[in-house]
Design a protein around this ligand. Sequence first.
Ligand code: GLA
Length: 404
Amino acid sequence: MNRARAVVELLAVVLVTGLAVAPGPATAPAVADNGLARTPPMGWNSWNAYGCDIDQDKIRAAVDALVTTGMREAGYRYVAIDDCWQADARTDTGALRADPTRFPDGIKALADHAHAVGLDLGLYATPGTRTCANIYAGYPGRLGSLGHERQDAATFAAWGVDYLKYDWCLAEQDGVDPQAGFTLMRDALAATGRPVVYSVHRQPQQPVDRWRPAVANLWRTTGDISADWGSVLDVLDRQVGLERYSRPGAWNDPDMLEVGNGPLTLAEDRAQFSLWALLNAPLLAGNDLTTMPESVRAVLTNPEVIAVDQDWAGTQGYRVFDDGDHEIWRKPLSGGDSAVVLLNRGTSAATVTATAEQLGFPGVTGFGLHDLWTGQTTTTRAGTISVSVPPHGVVFYRVSPDRG
Ligand code: GLA
């Protein structure tokens, strides 16, 4: 083949497949065509709080707690049952069913309960033959959806499921191709006619495959988070550079919140929540909502931080400064302000300084600074801002330029 012809054929492939030469919002393929998750999904998921130790009472209690704590009013919508809801075998007709001891009333009753109070239900499945709990924790049964995709999607739709987490779990050992396997369930869900937000976890999580935004509403970008500061920072570090993939309907998923879990302090909880909001991450609480202290509730329901997460002005937030222990992350907001997180990874308080350029307003000297955690607003004409940031913590500002 001569060179000119090769170029023409390559261009044809690019046009037909929708593959773009360089990643980025302007050239990337279309997002999953289900019209859902136009803002990052918000809700609660059972895994970080309970692992495999779940039953219908805990899920019902989470539904009720979302209402009584005010989290529903704050925007939390999905109550997601993670792994370990299944009986150890399919039915005679090959259908999945819930564990009859821990979920005696079945999944549909939980979906009905959620729907009755204006919430939605999420569920968990996998594209291979096994779930992760089967692989890593000895949960009984080979319950993956391989070969049952249409049947399982129809089952989920009949139960009233509104959100599916489809988790890779070594499906390569079953010969599943990631793009094909995840696309099969996307299409099976679409065929049910029920709107179902589609969350995928492909391993390895990075590099982010070009097809993910066209297949799923959200995709994991790291392995599993755990409830410690080091894990939160490790996940954060792996988000650098991923901003080009996310947009309404298709979000990077740096895993669920650990706010309120383990030994995380209030400063660390605020830091994770701030940074996840800046990243337009799905906000899936992972704590026990029935025992949540007011301090944790206040973090999870901070309306101004949630508003940053839900705001789309063309890009998720990204890191603009890093000297090791101190970082600055910025996100443009739709009204023209910047959301700015000043992060102190170190163990003692530190002064972090941001230039006008780092704040997103080169050449500007006057700023209004609205602190999203204290609620205070201050002004400066210094051209830079310098602020004391607590150890293992953040200061989170909405920055307005004063161009007068
Ligand atoms: C994987 C996922 C977790 C959780 C577990 C359940 O590890 O990454 O989020 O769903 O499986 O087994």
